[in-house]
Design a protein around this ligand. Structure first.
Ligand SMILES: [Ca+2]
Length: 181
């Protein structure tokens, strides 16, 4: 009897822990969030996302140098949206890297996307502020992290990654880390 109670208590504890963790949110449950876009600050850098799946899967998560945490788009389903980085000083990015969410297979990883830049002093307020730096199509995810070099010399304070297609998830995308250098 005591052993049964102990087993039940452990089961409830495990259930409670699992309910509070991010990874319990699956890609298959389609959800529409109401807050859009979302901006968060980390030091001097402002991180943005067109949408978030939940408060905890916010844009800070692609900038925390932790491959286990990730930003997850919030919909509407099929609109993967974008993530952005705004710096205090403009610079000409020489490259960037995307790390996919790794605790699941690569279904949500971006395969078609556009890297954009904006030179405005304040946060860009319209799509017209953004200029295409490069467009990538059909990216492979054999590795967890994909690194890209840029030859452009234009200086931007703001960089944005607009995701157009994922490996196979028709509703959402997720990104564990995004670096611009
Ligand atoms: Ca992260």
């Amino acid at each position: 009897m005591k052993k049964d109670l102990f087993t039940a208590a452990i089961s409830i504890l495990i259930l409670a822990v699992c309910m509070s963790c991010d990874s319990s949110e699956t890609a298959s449950s389609v959800k529409t969030q109401t807050k859009s876009p979302v901006f968060e600050k980390s030091g001097d850098v402002v991180l943005g996302a067109k949408s978030i799946y939940s408060e905890s899967l916010n844009p800070l998560k692609f900038y925390d140098n932790d491959a286990k945490t990730f930003w997850h788009s919030g919909g509407p389903a099929g609109d993967y949206g974008w993530i952005s980085m705004s710096f205090s000083k403009p610079f000409a990015a020489s490259g960037y890297a995307i790390t996919r969410r790794s605790e699941i297979t690569a279904t949500q990883a971006p395969v078609d996307f556009i890297l954009e830049g904006a030179a405005s002093d304040n946060l860009p307020s319209s799509d017209a502020d953004w200029k295409t730096i490069e467009e990538k199509k059909g990216q492979k995810w054999d590795a967890v992290k994909n690194t890209y070099s840029l030859k452009q010399t234009d200086k931007y304070s703001h960089y944005r990654l607009r995701i157009l297609k994922t490996v196979s998830d028709k509703n959402h995308t997720s990104i564990a880390e995004w670096e611009v250098k």
